[in-house]
Design a protein around this ligand. Structure first.
Ligand SMILES: CC(C)(COP(=O)(O)OP(=O)(O)OC[C@H]1O[C@@H](n2cnc3c(N)ncnc32)[C@H](O)[C@@H]1OP(=O)(O)O)[C@@H](O)C(=O)NCCC(=O)NCCS
Length: 182
């Protein structure tokens, strides 16, 4: 059975490994890049796991206590936007997908987020074409409110594990605006 709990400073190294695996394995699913986060110090990952009522990362663990997934959450700061919060970094390792772990992580994140006083809005970003994630969130009632054109630009030469034939960056988003007229 999968156990879900908030990650602590002692989990920083485990979280770093999973997070870097996520960014390398699924580069088009995240705004952050493997190359940028691989440069972060171990202390930065400890800092990220400094749990408060306004920010935490959940980890999903298999029966052998191996981490198999994670999801992050934070509340926006500022009196006019602190009714809102954001889900980020949702990831389940490929070998454990399709077994309900992603659903369990989202469910736990939403339960905890909704328990915060004054929390009325939760948002997140999904890359166009990520049907697995989009369908997961839709099943919890999330609705698409906008499509950002050319939101991500994934340069394939930096993704050493999955090089693409084309030298063009992979841009994810809507088709975008027509070129400006001269
Ligand atoms: C998206 C992701 C987290 C789903 O995790 P998971 O553990 O496989 O998901 P679950 O098994 O809990 O499935 C929950 C729901 O997700 C959707 N889903 C999962 N995999 C799917 C797939 N391959 N195609 C379509 N829908 C899918 C379904 O709605 C499913 O519900 P159902 O089983 O009742 O049909 C996982 O595929 C992943 O880590 N992907 C790479 C990283 C990523 O895209 N992160 C999201 C960033 S926004």
């Amino acid at each position: 059975m999968t156990k879900i709990r908030i990650l602590r400073a002692a989990d920083a190294s485990t979280f770093r490994n999973l997070r870097l695996e996520a960014l390398r394995e699924s580069p088009t699913s995240f705004a952050s890049s493997y190359e940028d986060e691989a440069r972060l110090t171990p202390g930065e990952f400890v800092r990220r796991l400094a749990r408060t009522d306004e920010s935490w990362v959940l980890g999903a663990f298999d029966p052998t206590n191996t981490i198999v997934g994670c999801v992050g959450w934070y509340r926006y700061r500022g009196r006019k936007i602190s009714h809102k919060s954001h889900i980020w970094g949702m990831y389940v390792i490929p070998a454990e997908r399709g077994k309900g772990i992603g659903r369990a992580l989202v469910n736990e994140a939403l339960t905890r987020a909704r328990a915060q006083a004054g929390m009325t809005q939760i948002d997140l970003l999904v890359a166009a074409g990520n049907t697995a994630a989009a369908s997961l969130y839709t099943s919890f009632g999330f609705e698409r409110v906008a499509v950002y054109p050319r939101a991500l630009c994934v340069v394939p030469t930096l993704n050493k594990r999955r090089p693409r034939a084309s030298g063009d960056p992979e841009c994810i988003g809507s088709p975008g605006f027509p070129p400006a007229r001269e």
